[in-house]
Design a protein around this ligand. Structure first.
Ligand SMILES: *Cc1c(COP(=O)(O)O)cnc(C)c1O
Length: 349
């Protein structure tokens, strides 16, 4: 199987910078960002903050670091953050919040009927505030939008508004893991700032569907970002002429937001092709953005992933019997359809 024929839908992180993006990177004006002197990084931080309705931004090497700093800024050592049981911060950040910052987590099981999407009561029923020396203090709630392991699902803005009001009432802060907030924005038409303003801290990724090689931004108030800048350096995340990377993210802001709609259409058509061959693995109507989670029934997810790889399709295992496909700008409509046909035949066997 030649590399050229491999349709890689393991993740939207596998994209390679386009010629235009590379040209923007090569042309970037740079300086030492630890001195605050990289104009391209400064521009990216300000522009991202403005887009999300916040005062300031902080360029981070990864989404994990942006989440780590966002949650750190809201939750003191020994207190807790609440999140969905499938949240990236709980499952995929190597226990960083606990091992580096002394933060505990409790997780809720989202009961809205849409995978990974919470009802307000799922969250509020878990809060413990002001109980003194009896229960761990809930300092923050973290929401993931879109929800990765949930299958690219979207939290409705009305639910987020209601949750914000409930949290404010008891003084609990809110963090948004917005690695793919861009996808939620494009799918719903809700303004990025309308989402952003409901949270105290927001992280967004440029290395996913936005197609940049590296980079995330945390946005918050000026005060929080100033503190997070110090903690980023403490974690080894102070970068120097990082403008070459920030330029890729700026290019993505200019060119890659609207086109996410193509990824969403391709994910839907991937799911439809699966359904034609193997009904029941996924409901194409449930595909909200660029992620498709397939229920592979009795078979082991790892076995299905291995068999798909033999057919030239890259998928990933996200549960014992759950397999994920993610569409992105390096897989066009024909490739996604073809991948759906091949994976569907495999599931039908
Ligand atoms: C990818 C991702 C992140 C950040 O991952 P990094 O690999 O550390 O950049 C955070 N949250 C979600 C939901 C993600 O999908």
């Amino acid at each position: 199987m030649g590399e050229a024929r491999f349709i890689d839908l393991r993740s939207d992180t596998v994209t390679r910078p386009s010629a235009g993006m590379r040209a923007a990177m090569a042309a970037a004006e740079v300086g030492d960002d630890v001195y605050g002197e990289d104009p391209t990084v400064n521009e990216l931080e300000l522009r991202t903050a403005a887009l999300l309705g916040h005062e300031a931004g902080l360029f981070c090497p990864t989404g994990s670091m942006a989440n780590l700093l966002g949650v750190w800024s809201l939750v003191p050592r020994g207190a807790e953050v609440l999140c969905d049981q499938q949240a990236h911060i709980a499952r995929a950040e190597m226990g960083a919040h606990a091992s580096l910052h002394g933060i505990t987590m409790r997780t809720w099981e989202s009961s809205s009927g849409v995978s990974g999407v919470a009802r307000v009561t799922d969250v509020t029923s878990m809060m413990s505030v002001g109980t003194g020396p009896f229960l761990v203090e809930t300092a923050a709630v973290a929401i993931e939008n879109t929800h990765n392991f949930g299958g690219g699902t979207i939290h409705p803005i009305e639910v987020l508004r209601e949750l914000r009001a409930a949290c404010q009432q008891v003084g609990v802060a809110m963090h948004l893991d917005g690695a793919r907030l861009w996808n939620a924005h494009v799918a719903t038409g809700v303004d990025l700032a309308d989402y952003g303003r409901l949270f105290d801290t927001v992280s967004v990724c440029f290395s996913k569907g936005m197609g940049a090689p590296v980079g995330s931004v945390l946005v918050a108030s000026q005060e929080r970002i100033a503190a997070a800048r110090v903690q980023r350096k403490r974690l080894g995340g102070g970068m120097r002429q990082a403008g070459v990377l920030a330029a890729a993210a700026l290019f993505a802001l200019d060119h890659h937001i609207g086109r996410l709609a193509d990824d969403h259409a391709n994910a839907r058509s991937f799911a439809e092709a699966i359904t034609e061959a193997a009904p029941g693995a996924v409901d194409p109507e449930s595909v909200a953005t660029n992620i498709v989670v397939l229920d592979v029934g009795e078979r082991a997810a790892s076995e299905v992933v291995g068999a798909a790889r033999q057919q030239g399709v890259g998928l990933s295992a996200v549960g014992t019997h759950l397999v994920r496909a993610v569409t992105h700008l390096d897989a066009d409509a024909a490739a996604c359809r073809q991948a759906g046909r091949l994976a569907g035949e495999l599931l039908a066997r």
